[in-house]
Design a binder for this molecule. Structure first.
Ligand code: PLP
Length: 231
């Protein structure tokens, strides 16, 4: 696999993002998180060479292997489920995007409190209610929104969501708008203790809609690096 044309792909994606920001009218800055899962560390280097500074991985072990194989000062994002017995691994990530349950929030909070520095996290919300996806349901989010300011070991930076793969444009708009509302709900609960501003949503096939709905981070794999053999 060669990654020579990634710079061109990034510039096209940036242009499409700029257009989507204009259409959506939210005026936000959008960070591209390059999702390198299943690819080697060459993909990380290629993303860096194309000007990207944020890299996402969905598995801790695979992420750590790539971290150890590069000297680049990448901001690493964990975008997949974190097992509670691997909570210490959060130390190697700039942002843990996948806080998908109360119990995991509690474990990461305890780790952050023990190390003396809060862990930056996003709260993963499952607004479409798909059983196969992790994340807080709207009802769980409501109770978490009242409780999380007491969790001193985490800093909630925002919300992450994934849309259903089969959603049409209209359904995508609905899902992403609900995630934006979820961010608002957490921001209201934060009472100034957390800067709840990030909205991580949009993948290769739906990032333009996500940006129209206010995404501040898009997580892109396939569109940058080509199709994956397996996940
Ligand atoms: C794999 C993955 C992505 C990237 O998906 P693409 O469709 O290849 O862009 C984004 N977010 C999460 C959580 C992922 O697991």
């Amino acid at each position: 696999m060669h990654f020579q044309d990634i710079a061109d792909r990034v510039s096209e994606v940036r242009q499409r993002i700029a257009e989507a920001v204009r259409r959506g009218g939210h005026g936000q800055h959008v960070t591209i998180v390059a999702v390198t899962k299943t690819h080697g560390v060459e993909a990380v280097q290629a993303a860096w060479d194309a000007g990207l500074r944020d890299v996402g991985e969905n598995r801790v072990q695979e992420a750590v292997q790539k971290m150890d194989a590069t000297q680049l000062p990448i901001a690493w994002h964990l975008i997949g489920h974190l097992q509670r017995n691997k909570v210490k691994a959060v130390d190697r990530f700039a942002l843990v995007q996948s806080i998908d349950s109360d119990r995991l929030a509690q474990s990461v909070h305890e780790h952050g409190a023990a190390r003396g520095r809060p862990v930056d996290v996003l709260v993963q919300v499952n607004v479409s209610g798909e059983a196969t996806k992790g994340g807080f349901s709207p009802a769980e989010l409501a109770s978490f929104a009242e409780r999380f300011p007491q969790l001193s070991g985490i800093t909630v930076r925002g919300v992450m969501t994934m849309a259903p793969l089969d959603a049409d444009a209209r359904a995508l708009h609905t899902v992403f708008a609900r995630a934006r509302e979820a961010r608002g709900q957490l921001a209201a609960g934060a009472a100034g203790k957390h800067d709840v501003t990030e909205l991580s949503m949009g993948m290769s096939n739906d990032y333009e809609v996500a940006v129209e709905e206010g995404a501040t981070m898009v997580r892109l794999g396939t569109i940058l690096f080509g199709a994956r053999g397996h996940d």
